[in-house]
Design a protein around this ligand. Structure first.
Ligand code: BMP
Length: 213
């Protein structure tokens, strides 16, 4: 994933035609496109390859199972054409390592969720975030997912993971500020509704690029 724009598009639409049309018109503004259950379940796994014609695809399946099932999920989505995966760390070292090994075998990047951006993450995840970040580093993950809604947490997580990549959702629709998340240490911002839900998605993406320049 090239760090040119520092933006990742979260393409959480459920129409295949709309997804492809948005990917085509927006790919110049983003370094990667993140797709997950909403689009893959609606359009089928073949959508991974189709979107990858426009930009590298990050498969956001937030994988969180026993090692063998994790491996099967990773294999399936990497064979479908994803360049990167997102997994949860809370199932533990063996489960996360299964994802890391599979990603490495496919020369794909693994991103590990260490703290989520929504308010509910404070209930169970935030107290564990430092341990989850340490585990992400231990298994050799390419990077982590950390909340743009709490820049101070990005700073803390950066102090644990060193120069691994931080991809950060929560700007725009969830209220986080792009400049604050980047200043705190995020490498990429993940942006969804504020772009694809805008009257003019390309204009919204251009505004975001100008804002972070
Ligand atoms: P939006 O900009 O529309 O809020 O989208 C954010 C995207 O990032 C969604 O795909 C969401 O599932 C994902 N995400 C998140 O918002 N917070 C997290 O902590 C982890 C995520 O993957």
């Amino acid at each position: 994933m090239k760090k040119e724009k520092r933006l990742i598009l979260a393409l959480d639409v459920t129409s295949k035609e709309r997804a492809l049309s948005l990917a085509r018109s927006l790919c110049d503004y983003f370094d990667a496109i993140k797709i997950g259950y909403p689009l893959i379940l609606s359009a089928g796994p073949g959508i991974v390859k189709e979107i990858s014609a426009f930009a590298p695809v990050i498969a956001d399946l937030k994988i969180a199972d026993i090692p063998n099932t994790n491996r099967l999920i990773c294999e399936a989505v990497l064979q479908a054409g994803a360049s990167a995966l997102i997994a949860h760390a809370f199932p533990g070292r063996d489960s996360l390592r299964a994802c890391a090994d599979c990603a490495a075998a496919h020369s794909a990047d693994l991103f590990v969720v260490v703290e989520m951006s929504h308010p509910g993450a404070l209930q169970f995840m935030a107290p564990l975030a430092e341990d989850l970040a340490r585990l992400a580093a231990e298994v050799g993950a390419a990077g982590v997912v950390a909340p743009a809604t709490r820049p101070e947490r990005i700073k803390l997580i950066r102090s644990i993971i060193g120069n691994r990549t931080i991809i950060s959702p929560g700007v725009g629709a969830q209220g986080g500020l792009a400049s604050a998340a980047l200043a705190a240490g995020a490498d990429y911002l993940i942006v969804g509704r504020s772009v694809y839900g805008a009257d003019d998605p390309a204009a919204s993406a251009r505004r975001m690029l100008l804002e972070i320049r």
